[in-house]
Design a protein around this ligand. Structure first.
Ligand code: GLA
Length: 729
């Protein structure tokens, strides 16, 4: 039983394989948070751990029972923090009543459980019959405003999902000014917050900062999760590392603006809140309306970050990813973007397909530039019909010609954006976000469509269907190359303009739902100027996402390494590109470009017609090797061994382990004269088993993990090596 409701203590305890989460209704009906951490062996009311002064701070603690006067004095650990009744820390819920007053005092109302993991209407969410759901309902002390706290529990992977529903049962409208998804309080505060920050072509670098008095935040206000900070984080004890210490992982299942805020109060308690960014957010609830927050996935590990990654990777693969490509092997693809940019026609693409097909590539993806009059990034977004003059044939003919080479055919779209120079814009200038009286802000010469409007979504949906119904298309790259500005929707009244950001995301999800349901056999890859919308909301619809426009394998050590803390390898779009790299100018061995792309979806992003026969043979070898290790790489447990940030090592190293097999990757970040060999301690092997390495020797698992394995690569910068480790006894 993952959920225990103790009527006597009024505690609600959620257990997973290795963690326990508990809350308790106190004497005044307030839902306290009492524990989240290592699994408790027995059943216990954990409210004993609330510090004495926190309880005594509250005037007339016992006397207040039932009289409605109850100050939270900003110290008690709470399951849901609301503004207005004495909690001055970061709150999760700010609600304005129709008379203008701001505040909510939620008191326990009822509790129930449900079989299976809950769904959230209109929002992506983890799913699974093996999960369980706890629903705790609170009600405002005065008004008929209900808050239903939802907890989804996956015992095996130690993942708990949290979201809430706010229900207005009064006869007047109320307005949410803040509706975050999670409050989590701790009775101690010696924490670090790890976030994943970056910019275009340098996504998800790792930043670790102490949580001190005040708050540490990561956020997006751009209407998309963005490149700058990923909507995920790890809160850990100060001494925690990959294999040691208490750590809490969080990942927001949402693709819009978000807020992560970790703080410490004067009583040395820590709190983290996560949810939709309250900046530029408000949402009106009419009588009987319900607002659902997106969910936050969280997991606890008492043994460092590796376990956080394993838990998330498994849960994301099993309980978020959907469709046939959840389990089916994804085709090895070649994308023409870095190979040709806008300069191609059908003959060129077919010639690339022919060469690629001979080497074992399975699909050609036609990137930007095939539609409208698009030969650069100034025009035609919104005009989703093929440029037959440029191609030299129709799209269906092109697809047929590609198919004849033995390859599938995929295509790029940027459905949420529009060029001013497009037929769609000329016909419907109001479809783009624009503020009255102002010229809209261009970015990459384009504007954003108002996806909160059904009419706009319908138009794009029809155009996409028209393409997909008339050509044999097996894959879509769904791009989004700018953030949202000029936030004004001509369909919403002035007091509802604060709803646009969230309505945009709801609209996007509705469109994605329609298109992915109608075309279940198409493989979708999400993209946003590289890895600018690399979040779990998009992952619900699209099993893979382009990690970064930066395909330089040495930069990718940081980018994919940072991404791996939360997201599984199976999600990471990774391609071999030409050298020197188009973005960094760095020259790297083809072997290393291949090895780094193995730990992702592996594909090509270059003009294969320009490769020498030696290079082509190397690609043939890589595809064979990648396919051989596919299951191990995609479904194995991922361990970061030598961090790309480690200035004391020449190497970056990581490994995957699945049952009796493991694969160790070693990449030299830079060469040095007479560099000594290094030793890397392996992880995840069986202590008493014996292993061979690249088919040779007999090594005790324990020895490889405690003494380690000497590693080296060929002389030269950026060389790399793959070690295949197989249990023999
Ligand atoms: C974005 C993507 C690239 C490519 C271009 C095309 O930048 O990240 O991979 O598709 O758009 O314009």
């Amino acid at each position: 039983m993952a959920i225990v409701i103790n009527e006597q203590n009024k505690t609600f305890t959620v257990s997973t394989k290795n963690s326990t989460y508990q809350m308790k209704v106190n004497c005044a009906g307030v839902l306290l948070h009492t524990y989240y951490g290592k699994k408790l062996g027995g059943e216990m009311d954990m409210s004993y751990s609330i510090k004495r002064d926190m309880v005594e701070d509250i005037p007339k603690y016992e006397a207040i029972k039932g009289d409605g006067q109850y100050s939270l004095v900003e110290v008690l650990p709470q399951e849901l923090s609301c503004f207005g009744c004495g909690d001055y820390r970061d709150t999760a819920l700010n609600l304005r009543h129709s008379d203008g007053s701001l505040g909510l005092q939620p008191i326990f109302h009822s509790v129930r459980t449900e079989k299976g993991k809950y769904n959230i209407p209109s929002l992506p969410a983890f799913y699974g019959d093996e999960g369980e759901t706890l629903i705790v309902t609170l009600k405002d002390r005065v008004y008929d405003i209900f808050v239903h706290l939802y907890y989804g529990v996956f015992e095996e992977t130690d993942v708990i999902l949290r979201s809430m529903r706010i229900e207005n049962k009064t006869d007047k409208p109320v307005t949410l000014e803040k509706a975050l998804s999670l409050t989590l309080d701790f009775n101690y505060s010696e924490f670090d917050l790890i976030t994943f920050y970056g910019r275009w072509a340098s996504e998800r670098d790792v930043q670790r900062v102490p949580v001190e008095h005040g708050s540490v935040q990561g956020f997006s206000t751009r209407g998309a999760s963005g490149h700058i900070i990923n909507p995920s984080c790890i809160l850990c004890e100060r001494e925690a590392n990959e294999e040691y210490g208490n750590a809490y992982g969080f990942a927001f299942v949402y693709s819009g603006s978000f807020l992560i805020s970790a703080s410490k109060n004067y009583n040395n308690n820590a709190r983290i809140v996560i949810g939709i960014n309250p900046e530029n957010f408000s949402f009106e609830l009419s009588p009987n309306d319900i607002f659902c927050t997106p969910e936050v996935a969280m997991t606890f590990s008492s043994c460092g970050f590796s376990k956080i990654s394993h838990n998330f990777h498994k849960a994301i693969r099993n309980n978020l990813c959907r469709g046939q490509y959840k389990t089916a092997r994804r085709p090895v693809l070649i994308n023409n973007w870095e190979g040709t940019y806008f300069d191609f026609n059908a003959d060129k693409l077919v010639s690339m397909a022919k060469d690629a097909s001979e080497l074992g590539v399975e699909m050609l993806v036609l990137d930007d530039g095939w539609f409208g009059k698009r030969n650069d990034d100034h025009t035609s977004l919104g005009d989703w019909y093929a440029n037959e003059n440029k191609l030299g044939c129709s799209l269906s003919e092109l697809a047929e010609r590609i198919n004849e080479t033995g390859m599938k055919f995929g295509i790029w779209f940027e459905p949420e954006c529009i060029s001013e120079d497009s037929d769609l814009y000329r016909a419907h200038p109001d479809y783009a976000f624009k503020m009255p009286g102002r010229k809209p802000t261009l970015y990459r010469q384009q504007l954003v469509l108002d996806m909160s409007r059904k009419e706009v979504r319908d138009n794009i949906f029809m155009q996409l269907c028209n393409i997909l119904d008339n050509a044999n298309i097996s894959y879509i790259k769904w791009d989004f190359n700018r953030s949202i500005t000029d936030l004004y929707s001509c369909e919403l009244p002035k007091d509802k303009q604060g709803e646009i950001f969230h309505r945009y995301i709801l609209g996007l999800y509705e469109l994605l739902d329609r298109i992915t349901s109608k075309y279940p056999n198409i493989l979708f890859e999400s993209c946003s100027s590289g890895g600018g919308r690399f979040d779990l909301g998009m992952h619900y619809y699209m099993p893979q996402a382009w990690v970064s426009d930066n395909t330089d394998p040495i930069d990718r050590l940081r980018i994919q390494g940072g991404t791996s803390f939360i997201y599984p390898v199976s999600r990471m779009g990774a391609h071999v590109s030409a050298s020197p790299n188009h973005i960094t100018g760095r020259i790297t061995p083809l072997e290393t470009r291949g090895l780094v792309a193995y730990f992702g979806t592996y594909g090509l992003e270059l003009d294969i017609n320009k490769m020498s026969s030696v290079e082509k043979e190397e690609i043939r070898r890589q595809i064979k090797e990648f396919k051989r290790f596919y299951e191990l790489i995609q479904y194995g447990d991922y361990y970061r061994l030598i961090s790309p940030y480690n200035a004391n090592s020449l190497y970056c190293s990581w490994m995957v382990v699945k049952e009796s097999e493991a694969l160790l990757a070693v990449v030299k970040k830079q060469n040095r004269a007479k560099a000594a060999d290094e030793v890397v301690r392996l992880k995840g092997l069986k202590h008493n088993a014996y292993y061979s390495i690249n088919g040779e020797g007999k090594y005790l698992g324990e020895a490889l993990m405690s003494l380690g394995l000497p590693i080296w690569t060929d002389n030269g910068d950026y060389t790399s090596k793959l070690y295949y480790i197989k249990q023999i006894i």
